[in-house]
Write a protein that binds this ligand. Structure first.
Ligand SMILES: [Zn+2]
Length: 253
């Protein structure tokens, strides 16, 4: 199953095939950054406003994902297209609950990176100590640990409630979650959150007193870093897809 993705033009989630190709690229790109965790975390995306979304089948590595292997899943966790070996209840609870509650979101990235999990276990949360972190200043939600997300009603609703209208969430003692209206928006938030968590771990490990800018400057920076990007994530995403095309275009299959 091959299709042409307009690499240098505006990337839209217009058809199922557009979503499949871009989402497969997202899995591959995050694998190159080492942001996967065996078979345990998941990325999803949908056509804007659709009542179903795409996600990889439980058991694959991110580096193995192709456009045609992605599952199409209803917001209630029914498999509409594709085959899986094992039902991924926790994945469908997390993604389905958020899409139900947020018609503005069309991509969700849930990760367990070492730095993300480390910051998720810190009582202080994410500190505003790097330019990466200002993207999330007063714009980051937190969700208390509640074991595996196996209960669609209670845990899913609690997760969606805690995310509220934000686009990034720390799942305490567990990991991170970023979202976007587009795949490139969810990607860039995932990348910046990962960088912010890495910097925080490194800075705190140094044992020196850290510098936190005044609240007014943090808030200004939060606005400035967002306004700097006219279409958040598109520049970096397009560049990374070009790299993927050069190195391994099999993600489109
Ligand atoms: Zn998880």
């Amino acid at each position: 199953m091959k299709s042409v993705l307009p690499i240098n033009s505006k990337i839209e989630l217009v058809t199922d095939q557009h979503v499949r190709i871009q989402l497969a690229a997202a899995y591959r790109i995050l694998a190159t950054f080492g942001m996967d965790d065996l078979t345990y975390t998941h990325l999803s995306a949908r056509i804007p406003g659709a009542d179903a979304y795409f996600i990889y089948p439980f058991g694959l590595l991110f580096e193995e994902v192709t456009a045609s292997c992605l599952l199409k899943v209803s917001l209630n966790g029914e498999i509409l297209e594709g085959q899986e070996n094992e039902y991924n209840r926790t994945g469908y609870v997390i993604h389905g609950s958020i899409y139900k509650n947020r018609p503005d979101l069309n991509a969700i990235f849930h990760l367990h990176t070492t730095s993300g999990v480390a910051v998720s276990s810190m009582n202080c949360g994410l500190l505003p100590l790097s330019q990466f972190s200002f993207h999330f200043y007063n714009r980051l939600a937190y969700h208390s640990y509640d074991s595996l997300a196996l209960d669609n009603h209670r845990q899913g609703e609690n997760l969606a409630h805690d995310l509220g209208q934000k686009k990034a969430l720390i799942l305490q003692n567990h990991g991170t979650l970023t979202c976007g209206a587009t795949i490139h928006e969810a990607f860039l938030y995932a990348y910046f959150l990962e960088q912010a968590c890495k910097v925080q771990c490194a800075a705190l490990a140094g044992g020196q007193k850290i510098i936190i800018p005044p609240k007014k400057i943090c808030e200004k920076a939060a606005n400035d870093v967002r306004e700097f990007e006219s279409n958040f994530g598109i520049r970096d995403w397009t560049a990374l897809v070009r790299k993927l095309e050069r190195t391994d275009p099999s993600y489109r299959d």
